[in-house]
Design a protein around this ligand. Structure first.
Ligand code: FAD
Length: 317
């Protein structure tokens, strides 16, 4: 109920204006977002690399409404990729992109997004790193997977994302088990109708396990994006059963969530990649993180209420 409400609000402009303008929200946002600038992002990235983790960087923003904005997002990714190359980080840092940030919702739609994604992939290839195309809500799944298929003809290392909440996902996994296929498996962060998606958590989890096994049985490089201890345990035990080399798949988690577990798995020798978002357009991303865990809303409310106390103390000096 709360989850559905928060996901609904993540696409409500009036609430966005209120939340974004509220200065205290930032304290909670900072847990999940690396900062607003490329420098902030690189600082966070370096700290994660120092701890033996890998990184995928997301320039925040989605549902772009003008071609100029889509071009700007593309330029920022290209500059970022060139910088990663100059800084010698390209072997451990890649980027995640959203097609709706690259113009897929505009009139020319996926053609524009594909052109922009090609520009980003060319920069990634020049730099020596890879790109993952994030998955958005179910209305975009077919077009996003088609776009990834087109990109892979030229850039076979482009990763797709599939969501275990969708009924279709085991079939999508079966189509991507070829040698070198990079596929990120996550549960799915969007509010989806019962016609297309499992709603109970145990059904989403059951499908995650099924899809994880399909990907591990294939010849690709699965990227397991989850913080769920039961999913992690399933992946590791299936990887062992199927004799998978420890570096033939990745575990992935979001910045600010289960940081200890990220380091524990990396310490055991698993490649662990942290998703690092940065930029000013954090609202929708932040609301999805709140929706995933109602306790985060309590965390937010506490931050809002604690502030006046601090002010009183300060004004006492
Ligand atoms: C690297 C990465 C990339 C992703 N890319 C996409 C994408 O392209 N498209 C998409 O739809 N979704 C994406 N997601 C989000 C994903 O679909 C889930 O919404 C999210 O990961 C929560 O699911 P979970 O597997 O962690 O399991 P859950 O059952 O939701 O959570 C398991 C446990 O993890 C912890 N946890 C989970 N979320 C939070 C949170 N927000 N705050 C604090 N603790 C939390 C809690 O301890 C919770 O009990 C991505 C996730 C990751 C890690």
């Amino acid at each position: 109920m709360l989850k559905t409400l928060l996901l609904g609000l993540s696409r409500t402009p009036a609430v966005k204006s209120f939340v974004v303008a509220f200065p205290l929200t930032r304290r909670v946002v900072d847990r999940f977002v690396a900062g607003e600038t490329v420098e902030d992002c690189l600082r966070t990235t370096r700290a994660l690399l120092d701890d033996g983790l890998l990184v995928t960087i997301d320039f925040l923003g989605e549902d772009t409404t003008t071609a100029t904005q889509a071009d700007r997002v593309t330029d920022i990714y290209v500059e970022l990729l060139d910088l990663l190359g100059r800084e010698g980080l390209a072997d451990r840092v890649e980027v995640s992109i959203k097609l709706s940030a690259l113009g897929s919702l505009l009139k020319s739609g996926y053609e524009l997004a594909l052109d922009n994604a090609r520009v980003i992939c060319t920069a990634a290839e020049r730099t020596g790193t890879t790109v993952t195309v994030d998955m958005e809500d179910h209305t975009t799944t077919d077009a996003t997977l088609r776009t990834v298929t087109t990109l892979r003809r030229q850039y076979p290392w482009v990763a797709a994302v599939v969501q275990s909440m969708l009924y279709r996902t085991s079939a999508d996994c079966l189509k991507q088990t070829g040698q070198g296929d990079r596929v990120r498996l996550c549960k799915g962060a969007y509010a989806e109708p019962a016609e297309v998606a499992h709603r109970p958590k145990n059904a989403v989890d059951r499908n995650y396990r099924r899809c994880a096994t399909i990907l591990l049985q294939g010849e690709g490089r699965p990227l397991f994006a989850t913080h769920d201890a039961a999913m992690i345990e399933h992946v590791l035990s299936e990887a062992g059963r199927l004799d998978r080399a420890i570096d033939s798949y990745e575990m992935q988690m979001l910045l600010g969530i289960r940081a200890d577990e990220q380091r524990r798995l990396a310490g055991l020798g698993h490649p662990v990649r942290v998703y690092v978002p940065f930029g000013t357009d954090w609202y929708a991303y932040f609301m999805r993180r709140l929706a995933e865990r109602p306790a985060n809303v309590v965390f937010l409310l506490r931050a809002l209420f604690e502030r006046p106390k601090k002010r009183q103390v300060q004004s006492g000096f």
